[in-house]
Design a protein around this ligand. Structure first.
Ligand SMILES: C[S@@+](CC[C@H](N)C(=O)[O-])C[C@H]1O[C@@H](n2cnc3c(N)ncnc32)[C@H](O)[C@@H]1O
Length: 365
């Protein structure tokens, strides 16, 4: 397996002594409570309050400020203490913010993940085993009766949509500016954004280059959301939409224009291996010697930090239980094999795009 050097080191030898390993196993076994306590310490503003009062606060002061009962605050604080989210000064009975609590409070990536996990994933994860066994998103059922989450996205409850888009946007938005430098380096006139969603990348494209035309190809429901989101904005007249289900093999890629760039950002991870090959074959069919497919993905084995690899392998389980039951965050070996199976060649790979661990794989015919 291809792994960045740091991950090779981290994952090929035992990181814990026996006591640490046992402590980690305990932590995993209480996962749902650990998650909910972390989330609620943010939601009730307790971490915020502790951050503002470096001298610490008593349980009674926190109860008063939150309006929660003494019982509720005591349960949350004692659990947080054993999770090292807060510290206590036992002489004065005052609670202070610990480093882990600070990261829960301030790390914007962690916040996007918490919202996504609570609103989108939490209930569905209960049937992860069923999803793994059937290859179907068994956890999606409580939201609606769609074959995949994508058909249902525009009708999910408002808070669920907010967290889904928050998560999706968080990860790709930070990479868009650097990505633009790479894909628009040559004279790009027409760009095809496959899975362009609500048009956020397209908006950046038309702002970046005053003559660039962007065509977004996505499910018809998403094209509707995109039109709403871009309406009246500068450059929106250069953003076009093609509503189509890419999984229907009868649907060819548009040939109404010569697309210099075929852009797929966080798109292929929404599909199974077989589906990816089918999509890439159809994309390859509109390539000539001058244009390229640019695939932007967070490949979990190309991460500089262990927590990033962890977030990505966990995100795979969202795909299993909620999204479609058959896709994942891929690794380099798998993605390379699929690209080759589709008859494409990898011309180059750019790593460490944006502040996250995105890679852009440039493919040619
Ligand atoms: C994870 S989002 C990525 C959005 C955007 N490219 C980004 O980087 O933030 C995946 C996109 O693929 C679209 N998609 C999923 N299944 C599709 C299908 N069968 N046909 C067309 N688009 C699809 C979704 O609607 C969504 O907009």
């Amino acid at each position: 397996m291809h792994l960045f050097d740091n991950l090779k080191k981290a994952f090929s030898k035992e990181p814990y002594d026996a006591q640490q390993a046992q402590a980690m196993a305990h932590l995993y076994s209480w996962g749902p409570m650990v998650f909910q306590v972390s989330r609620l310490m943010i939601r009730y503003g307790i971490l915020d309050m502790l951050n503002a009062h470096r001298e610490g606060l008593t349980q009674a002061e926190i109860a008063r400020a939150t309006g929660l009962s003494d019982y509720a605050v005591k349960c949350l604080l004692e659990a947080s203490l054993t999770l090292h989210i807060v510290l206590i000064d036992p002489e004065k009975d005052r609670y202070r913010l610990a480093k882990t609590g600070w990261f829960l409070l301030r790390d914007t990536m962690i916040r996007a993940d918490i919202d996504f996990n609570h609103d989108v994933n939490y209930k569905g994860m209960f049937v992860l085993d069923q999803a793994l066994e059937e290859g179907k998103p068994a956890g999606l059922k409580h939201f609606g009766d769609w074959p995949t989450i994508y058909e249902g996205l525009s009708s999910l409850p408002e808070q669920v949509q907010k967290s889904w888009f928050g998560f999706d946007h968080y990860y790709s938005d930070h990479s868009f500016d650097e990505a633009l430098e790479i894909i628009c380096a040559n004279k790009t006139r027409h760009l095809l954004d496959v899975g362009g969603n609500t048009g956020r990348f397209a908006m950046r494209c038309v702002a970046y280059n005053p003559t660039l035309e962007v065509t977004i190809c996505d499910l018809p429901q998403q094209i509707g959301l995109m039109r709403e989101a871009t309406q009246g904005k500068e450059g929106a007249e250069r953003i076009h939409g093609v509503g189509m289900n890419i999984l229907d093999e009868q649907n060819a890629f548009p040939t109404n224009k010569h697309y210099d760039v075929i852009w797929m950002s966080q798109f292929l991870d929404c599909f199974s291996e077989q589906q990816i090959v089918s999509i890439l074959r159809r994309a390859a069919a509109i390539l000539d010697d001058t244009n390229r497919i640019y695939i932007m993905e967070t490949l979990w084995d190309r991460q500089d930090y262990e927590p990033a690899a962890l977030s990505l392998t966990m995100t795979s389980l969202y795909f299993t239980a909620l999204a479609n039951g058959n896709s994942k965050m891929y690794n380099t070996d798998d993605m390379t094999r699929l690209i080759h199976e589709a008859g494409l060649e990898i011309e180059s790979i750019y790593d460490r795009i944006g502040n996250g661990g995105h890679s852009i794989i440039v493919c040619k015919r």
